[in-house]
Ligand binder design. Structure first.
Ligand code: C2E
Ligand code: CA
Ligand code: CA
Length: 573
C-alpha cells in the first residue's frame, strides 16, 4: 500500500471530497484516501513521540492557516492540557493494540477555545515508527461534551449512570460488544494523601487517563467514589489487565497501596433481560457500589456482592414491572382535616401493594430503577377513575396525589400528564400534586417551571415532607407552591423535645413568609393538634382523624352526617 507521508501532500479541497486523478498509479492510493476521509475530517501521521509528519484535511479550528502547516508540531499541543495525559495513553494503546476505536478528546483550537472531537488511530507493521490518526470534528451529544469539559476528567456517579444506561441500550440495539467493569482500589485516597503533590497527581491523573482511554468512545469512565470507578468498554478489555495497569501506575509514582485492587466485569449484551431493564438493574448495582461502605463491596466480596446485587435487582425489577402491568396495587385515602372545624379539606391518595404493609420500599426502588414514572401516571389515572365514579356526590373531595420529583423532571411528563387528565375535564382540577423527593433534583429552576405550568393548568401544588431530608430548604425557596406539608417526625418530635420544636417553629415561619398554606402530618394525638394550632397551622392529617381507608365512598358522601355530628371521622381500618 502506498505510504501517504512519502507522497507529496496533496490536500483535498474539502474534508470529504478528494479529487481523483486519472493516472492509474494514483488510483489505488486515492481509493484509500477516499476511505479515510469518509470516516474523518483530518488525517494525521505522527512518529511514536507524537510529532506530526503529515496532515491532510479541510481548514479547521486547530490552525489559522493550512493544516499542512501543522507538520513538525506535536499532536499534544493541539490537545487541551487536561487531556494530554489521556491522549498519551491513547497513543501508547495504538502501539500496543495496533488500533483504537475513535475516542472523544478535548482539543484546543488556535483561538484558545476548547472543543471535543473523535480521535481514532492505528499502526501498520509495514510502516514502523508511524501512527496513523483520524480526527472527526463533529463532536457528538452535547451533554457528554459538557460533562467532559466541565469535569475535565471522569464522570461523576450520576453522569456515569446515565452514560451506562445509554450505552447498554445502544449496544443491545446495534449488537455492539460492550462490557462493564467496576474497579475498587482499596485505600487509594489515604495513599494519595500521603504522597508528595507531584506523585499524587501522577497517580490520580494516570488512573483517569488510563480509564478514559480504555472506555467506549473515551467518555464512558466514571469516578464513583474516592476508591471506586466504573468503566464501560469494548469487550476485549479484561479485569486482570485493568488491575495490573492500575498497580503499575501506582508503582511508577512510588506509591504503596495499603489495600488491594479488585475488579468485577460483565458482558452487558447478556440477553436474559430486555435492554431497558438490564440497564436499570446495572445502574442500580453501580449506584449501590458507588455509595457502599464495605459490606457487599469489599476486596474479598466484590464479585459475589455485585453479582448478587445485580441478580436481586433483576428479580425485583421483574416483580415491580409485573405489579405495574397487572395493576396489582390499590389506593387508600386519608383525609387532611381543618383542625378547627374538623371538616375534610382534601384527601391524600396512598398506594398499597398486596402483602406489603407500607409502599415506601416499593416506591423508593421504583424511583431508583426509573419505573416510578409509569407508576405515578397509572396511579393518577386510577384515582381519577375513582373520582369519576363518585362525581355526582355533593361533597366530592379534592384529592392529592404523590408525584416523585423524578417523574416531574421527565421531559415528556407534562404532555403525558395532560393526556392522562384531559379526558376527565374539570374533574381533574380537583387534583393536588404532592411533590416528593425534591432532593434528587439538581435543577430546581426547571422543576419549578414544570410546577408553574401545572398551576397555570389549574392544579394546586403541595411540597411534601418539608423539614425532612427529602425536601430541602433550597427547593422550598426555589419553588412557588400552594401548600407545604410539614414532615410528621417534627410534629411528633416537637411535643417531646425543644430542638424539634425550634425547627418546627422556624419552618412554619419560613413557609408562612413564602405564602404557603401549612399542613401538619402524623397527628396521632390531641397534643399534636394543639401544638399545630398554637403555631397557627390549621390543617392536619393523621391517625387522630382517620387511618387511610380504601373506602372512597365514605369520604365522598357527606361524612359529617355519617361520622357523628360535626365530629371526628375516626376510621379505624
Ligand atoms: P407520605 O407522602 O409522607 O405519606 C404519609 C405517610 O404517613 C403514609 O405512609 C401514611 O400512611 C402515614 N401516616 C398517616 N397518618 C399517620 C400518623 O398519624 N402517624 C404515622 N406514624 N404515620 C401516618 P405510607 O402510606 O406508608 O406511605 C409512605 C410513603 O410512600 C409516602 O409518604 C409517600 O412518600 C410514598 N407514597 C405512597 N403512595 C405513593 C404514590 O402513589 N406515589 C408516590 N410517588 N409515592 C407514594
Ligand atoms: Ca405525600
Ligand atoms: Ca409526607
Amino acid at each position: 500500500m502506498p505510504h501517504l507521508a512519502h507522497e507529496p501532500p496533496r490536500r483535498p479541497t474539502s474534508a470529504t471530497t478528494v479529487s481523483v486523478r486519472r493516472q492509474p498509479s494514483y488510483r489505488e492510493r486515492d481509493r484509500f484516501v477516499g476511505f479515510a476521509f469518509a470516516a474523518a475530517d483530518l488525517l494525521i501521521e505522527t512518529d511514536t513521540k507524537g510529532v506530526i509528519q503529515f496532515c491532510a484535511g479541510a481548514r479547521c479550528r486547530l490552525t489559522t492557516g493550512d493544516v499542512a502547516g501543522l507538520v513538525g508540531s506535536s499532536l499534544l499541543d493541539l490537545v487541551a492540557p487536561s487531556d494530554r495525559k489521556y491522549v498519551n495513553v491513547l497513543m501508547k494503546r495504538i502501539q500496543d493494540k495496533a488500533r483504537i476505536k475513535p475516542a472523544r478528546v478535548v482539543f484546543q483550537g488556535c483561538d484558545g477555545q476548547r472543543f471535543t472531537a473523535l480521535l481514532g488511530g492505528c499502526r501498520l507493521d509495514s510502516c514502523p515508527g508511524s501512527l496513523f490518526l483520524t480526527i472527526l470534528l463533529s463532536s457528538g451529544p452535547r451533554a457528554t461534551q459538557e460533562a467532559l469539559t466541565v469535569a475535565g476528567q471522569l464522570l461523576d456517579s450520576h453522569a456515569f449512570g446515565n452514560i451506562l444506561e445509554e450505552r447498554i441500550i445502544r449496544a443491545r440495539e446495534k449488537g455492539l460488544d460492550h462490557g462493564l467493569t467496576l474497579l475498587l482500589v482499596e485505600g487509594l485516597q489515604s495513599m494519595v494523601d500521603a504522597l508528595p503533590e507531584g506523585a499524587a497527581d501522577e497517580v490520580k491523573q494516570g488512573i483517569d487517563a488510563y480509564l478514559r482511554a480504555i472506555s467506549a468512545d473515551g467518555d464512558s469512565a466514571g469516578r464513583l467514589a474516592t476508591d471506586r470507578y466504573g468503566i464501560v468498554h469494548a469487550s476485549d478489555i479484561d479485569g486482570q489487565e485493568v488491575q495490573s495497569h492500575i498497580a503499575q501506575i501506582i508503582h511508577n509514582a512510588g506509591g504503596e497501596l495499603p489495600g488491594g485492587i479488585r475488579t468485577w466485569s460483565l458482558d452487558v449484551a447478556d440477553e436474559k433481560l430486555d435492554a431497558a431493564d438490564a440497564a436499570r438493574a446495572l445502574v442500580y448495582t453501580v449506584q449501590a457500589f458507588a455509595s457502599a461502605q464495605g459490606g457487599d463491596f469489599t476486596i474479598s466480596s466484590l464479585e459475589d456482592g455485585a453479582k448478587r446485587m445485580l441478580s436481586d435487582a433483576v428479580d425485583r425489577i421483574g416483580r415491580l414491572r409485573a405489579t405495574i402491568e397487572k395493576r396489582d396495587f390499590f389506593v387508600v385515602y386519608q383525609p387532611i382535616v381543618d383542625i378547627g372545624t374538623q371538616a375534610v379539606h382534601h384527601l391524600e391518595a396512598l398506594t398499597r401493594v398486596e402483602g406489603m404493609p407500607s409502599p415506601a420500599d416499593f416506591i423508593t426502588f421504583a424511583e431508583d430503577v426509573g419505573l416510578i414514572y409509569d407508576f405515578d401516571l397509572l396511579l393518577t389515572q386510577s384515582v381519577l377513575d375513582t373520582m369519576q365514579t363518585y362525581r355526582k356526590e355533593p361533597t366530592l373531595p379534592d384529592v392529592a396525589i404523590n408525584l416523585s420529583a423524578k417523574t416531574l423532571m421527565s421531559p415528556i411528563f407534562l404532555r403525558q400528564f395532560q393526556a392522562v387528565t384531559e379526558p376527565y375535564g374539570d374533574l381533574a382540577r380537583k387534583l393536588l400534586v404532592e411533590v416528593t423527593e425534591t432532593v434528587v433534583v439538581t435543577d430546581i429552576a426547571r422543576l419549578n417551571e414544570v410546577l408553574q405550568k401545572l398551576r397555570t393548568a389549574g392544579f394546586r401544588i403541595c411540597l411534601d415532607d418539608v423539614g425532612a431530608g427529602s425536601t430541602s430548604f433550597q427547593s422550598l425557596y426555589g419553588i412557588q407552591a400552594d401548600f407545604a406539608k410539614i414532615d410528621g417526625k417534627f410534629v411528633r418530635g416537637a411535643v417531646e423535645n425543644a430542638r424539634d420544636m425550634a425547627m418546627l417553629r422556624s419552618m412554619v415561619d419560613v413557609c408562612r413568609q413564602l405564602g404557603l398554606g401549612l399542613i401538619g402530618e402524623q397527628v396521632e394525638g390531641p397534643e399534636h393538634a394543639e401544638l399545630l394550632t398554637d403555631l397557627g397551622v390549621s390543617l392536619a392529617q393523621g391517625y387522630l382523624y382517620s387511618r387511610p381507608s380504601r373506602d372512597f365512598a365514605y369520604f365522598a358522601k357527606d361524612w359529617s352526617k355519617m361520622g357523628g355530628k360535626g365530629g371526628k371521622i375516626l376510621w379505624k381500618s
